[in-house]
Design a protein around this ligand. Sequence first.
Ligand SMILES: Nc1nc2c(ncn2[C@@H]2O[C@H](COP(=O)(O)OP(=O)(O)OP(=O)(O)O)[C@@H](O)[C@H]2O)c(=O)[nH]1
Length: 567
Amino acid sequence: MSKGKQKRAKRLGFVGKKVKDGQQTHQQGGRKDPGLPNVRRFKEHAQKQTELRQKRLEEQQERQRLSRERELMKRRSLDSFQKDVEQRQKEFEQKEAEMQKLEKHVNFENENSRKAYYREFKKVIEAADVILEVLDARDPLGCRCPQVEQAVIQSGTNKKIVLVLNKIDLVSKDIVEKWIKYLRNEFPTVAFKASTQQQNKNLKRSHVPVTQATAELLSSSACVGADCLMKLLGNYCRNQDIKTAVTVGVVGFPNVGKSSLINSLKRARACNVGATPGVTKCLQEVHLDKHIKLLDCPGIVMATSTTDAAMILRNCVKIEQLVDPVAPVEAILRRCNKTQIMGHYGVPDFHNTLEFLSLLARRQGKLRKGGLPDCDKAAKSVLMDWTGGRISYFTHPPETHTLPTHVSAEIVAEMGKAFDWDELEKGNQEALEGLNSADVEMGICITTSGLTQGSQAVALTEQEVDGEAFEEIKDTVESMEGDEDPEFGPMTVELKTTKVKNGGVIESAVPKAVDLRDILDVDPLQQGQALLAASKKRKKQQKRADKIATKLSDSLTSAMNFAFMDC
Ligand SMILES: Nc1nc2c(ncn2[C@@H]2O[C@H](COP(=O)(O)OP(=O)(O)OP(=O)(O)O)[C@@H](O)[C@H]2O)c(=O)[nH]1
């Protein structure tokens, strides 16, 4: 390179190349190679370029959006605009109304948690392919949630509703059958009894179908009906040709047994369970297997016409947090026979609820400062008896079926297509066969309607109750005939005083501590509590026996010591 050229190359920063020992080296005007150019500067440059490109893209998208909107506005008529506004207004009003319904009940969970539960419920509805609406077999219509069904129906025909009639162990077989017959006019219905076992793993699941389950099996803590439900879900996957996973949302009123159902299917304590409402607070995912994902949802109450008292009697409210526990007790007294209530609680005759509660409070020693009876505490103890099953109840299905306003015949047909009804019918039949209707709990049964069950209930109690009292019950029932319970419909209330099983009479008002041997005879709802009390009682007995043994051995030792001393 000539000198002039070299100078020019140097000025321009040109790096000369020279091959040396097979390696490529860089030389500039005979000086050492300066290495790679400044990387940071290049990076900054590249970053600036990307940002610029991004900005240009966003600008372009915004321009496109605006032009689309302009185009839409050109095509939009006043009519469609009005329709759109009306639709938005309707949606807003519906949302507001739902929120107001949640706020209506002063006795319920605080407003924020109710709204939070509602949000969780919405999430479950959105995510689920199949919605299991869990109903308490004692009062299926009372704990049905039309808003849930409406929300599912509105989201298109892709989502399906299945009704699960849980707690079938708390009602007789014929009542379960009648309810299944009634409810399947709308949606597929599965009879179920969730496991009430206390352990964390290996929850017992009986493979005996519901119809073949004996009364003993139903009164045990094992789950019944899981096979039928699993078959139904499997069937859905096959019918819909679902190769991947199906999401199943479990929704319903508080305390109906949603979490217990999930635990029973999973056969482990995946979700928290409790006898008080509001145990589940947020959405929880439980994977049954690689094909089925279950979503547990907090219980929500969106009653439309029912009173606070009715919702309390349906165990939707925490008794301890009740602001006014007297009104629901009044509702209970209206449904029970006075003589039997007096006998059950050991109180003299009374004229109104407050008098009854003050008598009861005195009897139970629930007194305020200055010796005044604490009626609120007494009322809460009566409510605990109701929700705990010591005063049990069950409702009867209406004699004729009418579709609710939010469900049409087309929807019923469309929803039903995804399931194998024959298989479901068979599963339910099998599960119900063994439910022994002869093993009826004896007590004071009052049926508030002209249905035949009323007279059956009275006939059963005739042997137990003395003539005069029986006549009074009969009068009460007769006076109630044709007079449906306005909040529950036709309903039977039982005050459990005695229970006849295998010919023998067993005390049924749950004793504080039964023997471990007798746990199976205890009301299933009370079994967990009774088990605890029984094991406490056994420990106490063991302690007492140990104490006596120690005393005996001490006195023997001292007696022997005396004998030695005498020698
Ligand atoms: N006898 C009987 N008791 C049941 C059955 N299923 C659930 N239970 C009991 O009902 C109570 C409520 O059960 P949960 O599973 O906590 O009810 P939940 O619907 O999840 O309640 P929230 O979390 O309040 O919404 C518990 O004491 C259960 O042991 C059943 O089939 N039979």
